[in-house]
Design a protein around this ligand. Sequence first.
Ligand code: G
Ligand code: G
Ligand code: MN
Ligand code: NA
Length: 244
Amino acid sequence: NQLERELREALADGHFRLYLQPQFDGRGQLRGAEALIRWQHPQRGLLTPGDFIGVAERSGLIRPIGYWVLEQAADLLHGPLQDTCLMLSVNVSVHQLRDDDFLGHVTSLIRERQLAPERLVLEIVESLLVTPGVTSRLQALRRLGINLSLDDFGTGYSSLRYLQEFQVDEIKLDKVFIDPLQHQDDVPLARSIIALGKALGLRLVAEGVESAPQRQFLQKHGVDILQGYYLARPEPVPSFLDRL
Ligand code: G
Ligand code: G
Ligand code: MN
Ligand code: NA
C-alpha cells in the first residue's frame, strides 16, 4: 500500500525526526527526555506517530524504524549528553520485543557507543501480550542495566499482572489519571496509584501535566518525574540541547 511504500522511502531518505519532550524532577530540575518520533513528509508536513505507527507495526517496518530511534538516542547519550546525567526514554513497540534480534541489537548498541545503560529507559506500552519470550527478553534487558518503564500505566487490562510477572523500574501514570486534577483538589485514584508505585519502590513519572495545580498535587505526593505541556512540549533535538 501507498503509506507503507512511503514509510520505506522515508527510512531510506532520512525523513524521520527525533523530538524530545523534557522531563523534570520534583524540584523542577531537568532530568531527561522522552524521545518521540516525527515524520517530515515532503508533501504533508510534519506527521506525528498517530498518523503512521499503526501501519509501521502492521507492515513490520516498526522494527527498522524502532532501531533508528534507538540509534538516535544512543548517539545523543554518547555525544552531546555524555557529560550530563540526563536520561533518555524510548518507546518500544510489542513488535520490537517479539523480534529475536532485539536484545542482541540493544546489547551491541550499548557496547559500540559505550553507553551507561542506566541512562536509557525503555517504555513498554501495556497493550503488549506478554509471552514468556517477551518476559525473558525484558528481564535480560534489565540485567544489562537498562531501565524498564510501564507506559500508560493503569489504562490497560493487565497493569497489575505485569507488575507481578516482570520487574520494572518505573511506571508512567497515564494522563487520564492526571486530567481530573484540573478541577479537583484530590483524586483518590491518582493518589492510590502513586501509593502503589511507592510501596513497590518504583520511580513514578506523571505525564500530561498541563497546569500548575496538577504539578502542585504531584509534587506534594512525591511523584518523582513530571512531563507535560505545562512544563515543556516535545521539541527538536537542537532546542533541547539549548537547555543544557
Ligand atoms: O507526541 P506523540 O504524538 O508523539 O506520540 C504519540 C504516541 O506515539 C505515543 O503514545 C508514543 O508512545 C508513540 N510513539 C512516539 N514515538 C515512538 C517511537 O519511537 N516508537 C514507538 N513504537 N512509538 C512511539
Ligand atoms: O508514549 P506516550 O503515549 O506516553 O506519549 C506521550 C504522548 O502525549 C505524546 O503524544 C505527547 O506528545 C503527548 N503529550 C505530552 N505531554 C502532553 C500534555 O501535557 N498534554 C497532552 N494532551 N498531550 C501530551
Ligand atoms: Mn511513552
Ligand atoms: Na503514555
